[in-house]
Write a protein that binds this ligand. Structure first.
Ligand code: SF4
Length: 274
């Protein structure tokens, strides 16, 4: 049943986002996922310690010159340069809208960390998400209580959404079969993960509260690339094993003048949680 749903979910909609699209120049996202997985494999050949590699990927995105950083783990300039060069060759196809978006960004929005994400940082976040998934998939699966947060822009825009407030955040009521939130929620429930539609804005307070109530909690996020990478960092800092799948494109009202619906790779989600 889930297979049929996944096929229906992978319907022919190569969404273009404001800054990025995992469809690149094609009609599917498979090439994106295989490219990112191959890059992660390549970097792990140079640096087999996943934790150290993740640290270097994060250091590569820091604005302050590497030689000025102290006490946050030693930077490896040669590895960082290799990572950046490899990403520059392999990933621009997926981030074609970043330069135009940054040029047009109004001054009032230039202090927003998410909206001002640079193209190179998108590429580093893509690798970071892949590495975090590899590192935390096992710990996430062992958690006693697992939740997933899905963004409301994944809903089917045609019907009036009938989501209601649940115990932690909003929940889907399954009003239409063709809705990505409904499809994702059914898949998540099959693997014992409680799905919620993310409406709560203060996620740090939410996660702190949940960690107090459920010490062995794991979190799965579906979000645009900058939000997902930052959400994963927050969870790691709070001792919550995170995993996640990026939205295929960033199209919500935060990015676009007129919000458009989005999608994510249901097959990748099932691979991650099965
Ligand atoms: S299926 Fe769920 S998320 Fe989608 S429109 Fe209906 S209630 Fe909203």
């Amino acid at each position: 049943m889930i297979k049929v749903m996944a096929e229906r979910g992978e319907r022919d909609r190569a969404f273009r986002g404001k800054t990025y699209s995992l469809f690149g120049s094609g009609a599917g996202t498979e090439k994106y996922y295989s490219t990112v997985k191959n890059l992660a494999d390549l970097f792990l050949l140079r640096c087999p310690d996943e934790k150290r590699l993740l640290l270097q990927v994060r250091r590569a995105g820091e604005k302050e010159p590497l030689f000025k950083k102290r006490g946050k783990g030693e930077a490896d300039p040669s590895l960082i340069s290799f990572i950046k060069n490899s990403l520059r060759h392999a990933l621009p196809e997926y981030t074609a809208g970043v330069a135009g978006h940054l040029r047009e960004l109004p001054p009032a929005k230039r202090f927003d960390d998410t909206l001002t994400t640079r193209e190179e940082q998108y590429h580093l976040f893509m690798i970071e998400i892949e590495l975090v998934n590899r590192m935390y998939r096992g710990p996430f699966r062992k958690c006693d209580f697992k939740i997933a947060l899905l963004p409301h822009c994944l809903r089917d825009f045609r019907p009036q959404c009938r989501m209601v407030q649940g115990d932690i955040d909003a929940v889907c009521r399954g009003c239409t079969e063709d809705c990505f939130i409904n499809l994702g929620s059914l898949l998540l429930k099959k693997y014992g993960i409680s799905p919620y539609i993310s409406v709560e804005r203060d996620q740090e307070s939410l996660f702190r509260k949940l960690k107090n109530e459920h010490p062995r909690i794991g979190a799965l996020g579906i979000a645009c690339i900058p939000e997902l990478a930052r959400g994963m960092r927050l969870c790691i800092r709070l001792g919550i094993p995170p995993v996640g799948i990026p939205l295929d494109a960033n199209r919500c009202a935060r990015w676009m003048k007129e919000a458009g619906e989005s999608s994510f790779a249901l097959k990748e989600l099932e691979e991650l949680i099965r």
